[in-house]
Ligand binder design. Structure first.
Ligand code: SF4
Ligand code: SF4
Length: 434
């Protein structure tokens, strides 16, 4: 077996004691009575609503039309009647228009045998057009449309399937790797055809069981790379450093794709199916029966929690996404989107209590930062409104991985402060381009 690789600096070991982890079985979730379909489920501008209140929409019909780069078409995840078009607040900040569809009528796809299309004979332009028309986005937030990632990339030094899950509780990608290996493999083959990679890599962490790798093991084109189970091993910079080496990471044109994105691509091309579903981990110490669910987009997260047996006790925090990089949610009606990887209900023990104390200058935050930053210094500068100095000390290199906030014994709100400043910078940059 090849050796276990990792990135050079910082990080935290939060999963595993060397034991391999069995992926969860994937369960089909119940259909929602009402789907709240956000028109902003991608990195760029919200899609433009193309349906009216009272209109009947079929499963897979376009309800929002993407508006240029960064934006993607949005499709009806269930058949039904448009009951409302309203503005909802997003957990990550900001707001989005949403189309509320009350489930009604018959399904065009559900329960029927799907016709399979032979994609090998499709040309590049045809595949790209189909990817765009089916609304496929990178399932990692912020959801860059796959078309945008592929359109100008006719070759690459590496195509990396990133099945590493370094945040606690998350099992979506490892479960897909084992239980949907054929779809993942098809998705990867389509991407390889489009990008002609010099290297084709399947990256997993050291806790991945051998059985999950069996479908890939006999393929001479594919390198299987095992990585240390150290957070944030799954983030692009650390992944590239571990797989390609520190010197190559900055200049690499690698395309890094999650198994869930590969499955969405397979469905779009092989099954001619727009993005209507998402695979979601439901877990955390306050959930009775954690599971990985296949869910219709627009399903309220409260439905998923109920389907997993509800709460063991009052949760201290509910998070959309992982415990490090996810966003707290305060509304169980918040819907699943194309980039929702997990819904976690965390207990008081898991969030470490609400008590915050002043910084004790212990230096732990700097020791875990994979970007070689000094989080305590950056926080102090931002607190004193010395933003320019914080930027001079490297704030813009912060990836918001959350490792510093996790390790801090005083629970100083480091990452929240960095996120506010970095997002202000992004909005200003976007305004300047309008
Ligand atoms: S959130 Fe930013 S400052 Fe904190 S550890 Fe991650 S990269 Fe470093
Ligand atoms: S880990 Fe927390 S207490 Fe320690 S130096 Fe960093 S901010 Fe201060």
């Amino acid at each position: 077996m090849s050796s276990i690789r990792t990135f050079e600096r910082g990080g935290i070991r939060v999963r595993g004691d060397g034991e391999q982890e069995e992926p969860a079985s994937i369960v089909n979730a119940f259909l929602p009575n009402s789907a709240v379909v956000l028109l902003k489920q991608h990195a760029g501008a919200p899609a433009r609503c193309v349906v009216r209140r009272g209109e009947y929409v079929r499963e897979g019909m376009i309800v929002g039309r993407g508006l240029g780069p960064g934006s993607a078409d949005v499709h009806a995840p269930v058949p039904g009647v448009v009951r409302d078009i309203r503005v909802v607040l997003l957990p990550e900040g900001g707001e989005s228009e949403a189309v509320v569809i009350a489930l009604e009528g018959s399904f065009d796809r559900l329960g029927r045998r799907a016709e399979r299309y032979v994609w090998n004979s499709m040309g590049r332009a045809d595949i790209l057009r189909t990817v765009r028309d089916r609304g496929v986005v990178d399932t990692e937030a912020p959801g860059v449309p796959l078309y945008d990632l592929l359109a100008d990339r006719e070759s690459t030094d590496a195509l990396i399937l990133n099945a590493v899950e370094s945040e606690p509780y998350l099992r979506t990608e490892s479960s897909l790797l084992r239980e949907r290996s054929e779809q993942v493999s098809d998705g990867l083959a389509i991407l390889a055809k489009l990008t002609e990679p010099a290297r084709l890599v399947v990256a997993v962490d050291e806790l991945c069981i051998e059985e999950s790798l069996r479908p890939w093991a006999g393929d001479a084109r594919i390198e299987i790379v095992r990585l240390e189970a150290r957070y944030p091993q799954d983030m692009r910079k650390q992944l590239l450093e571990s797989v390609l080496g520190a010197r190559k990471r900055a200049s690499s044109s690698a395309l890094v794709i999650r198994p869930s994105t590969a499955v969405a691509l397979h469905e779009a091309i092989v099954l001619a199916k727009p993005v209507m579903e998402r695979y979601v981990t439901v877990g955390g110490g306050a959930i009775k029966n954690p599971a990985v669910l296949k869910v219709r987009i627009g399903t309220p997260i409260g439905d998923l929690i109920e389907e997993c047996g509800g709460f063991l006790g009052p949760p201290a925090r509910i998070v959309l996404g992982g415990p490090f990089r996810g966003f707290p949610v305060h509304d169980l009606d918040a819907p699943v989107t194309k980039t929702s990887s997990a819904v976690l209900a965390l207990s008081e023990d898991e969030v470490g209590g609400a008590r915050r104390n002043p910084c004790i200058r212990c230096g732990r935050c700097a020791s875990v930062c994979p970007e070689k930053l000094e989080p305590e210094r950056l926080f102090r500068l931002l607190s004193n409104r010395r933003e320019a100095e914080a930027e001079a000390w490297g704030l813009k290199d912060c990836t918001l991985c959350g490792a510093c906030g996790y390790i801090c014994p005083s629970r100083v709100q480091l990452v929240a402060a960095f996120a506010v400043r970095l997002r202000q910078g992004i909005s200003k940059a976007m305004e300047a381009t309008r």
